[in-house]
Design a protein around this ligand. Sequence first.
Ligand SMILES: NC(=O)c1ccc[n+]([C@@H]2O[C@H](COP(=O)([O-])OP(=O)(O)OC[C@H]3O[C@@H](n4cnc5c(N)ncnc54)[C@H](OP(=O)(O)O)[C@@H]3O)[C@@H](O)[C@H]2O)c1
Length: 186
Amino acid sequence: MKHDLVVGGSGMLAGLCKALAARGRTVSVVGRTRWKLDKLASAGGGLIHPLIVDYRFADRVPAEVEAAVARHGPIERVVCWTHEEVSTSAPLQFGGYASTGFLHVMGSAAADPAAPSKLQGWRDQFSLAYPALPYRAVVLGFVQDAAIGHARWLTHEEISAGVKRALDSNELLSIVGKVEPWSSRP
Ligand SMILES: NC(=O)c1ccc[n+]([C@@H]2O[C@H](COP(=O)([O-])OP(=O)(O)OC[C@H]3O[C@@H](n4cnc5c(N)ncnc54)[C@H](OP(=O)(O)O)[C@@H]3O)[C@@H](O)[C@H]2O)c1
C-alpha cells in the first residue's frame, strides 16, 4: 500500500489529499476536527483516513500515527503544514515516520529577506535528525493578479496544486506563485 501522511490536510490542502487518493495512494490526514476530516474522507474513495490528533500535545502523536501505520502500512511520504507559533517540534516529530521523503509546507514568511536563515535552519535540523531522509520545502507565495490589478494570496486550489507539483518534483525548494519582489506581497 502506498501510504502518505498529510499533516494539516483538511483545510487548504484538502485538494492535495483528494488528488493523491485519486492516484490510488492511501492518505492519512492529521487534523483536530472530526467533521472536516470525515467530509474529506467521504471524497476519497475509501483511501483517505482521518487521523485525529492535536500536534500541540506531542505525547499523543505517536499512538495515533502508529495506529494508522498498523492499519494502512508504513508511511512513505509526509507532507507537513503546521503552525510554528503553536508547535516548533511537530515537523520533526512527524518527519520520524517518513521513509522516502518529507515535504515541508511553509508560509510566505519563509521567503522574508529579513529572515534568511529560516529555511536553512529547518534543513539543518532535519539533516541532523534524519540524515537519510530527503527533505524538501515548498513556500506559499502570492499572485500578481492582472484581472484585479494587484497582488493577492493564493487560493486553496492554487495551494493544493502547487504543493502537489512540489511533491512530484525533486526540487529541494519549490515556490507556489511568487515571493519576489517581497515588497509586492498583498
Ligand atoms: N501564501 C498564501 O497564499 C497562504 C499561506 C498560508 C495560508 N494561507 C491562507 O490562510 C488560511 C488559513 O490558514 P490555516 O493554517 O488555517 O490553513 P488550513 O489549511 O485551512 O487549516 C489548517 C490545517 O491544519 C490543521 N490543524 C491546525 N492546527 C492543528 C493542530 N494543533 N493539530 C492538528 N491539526 C491542526 C487544521 O485542522 P483542524 O482545523 O481540524 O485542526 C487544518 O487541517 C488558509 O486557508 C489559506 O487560504 C495562504
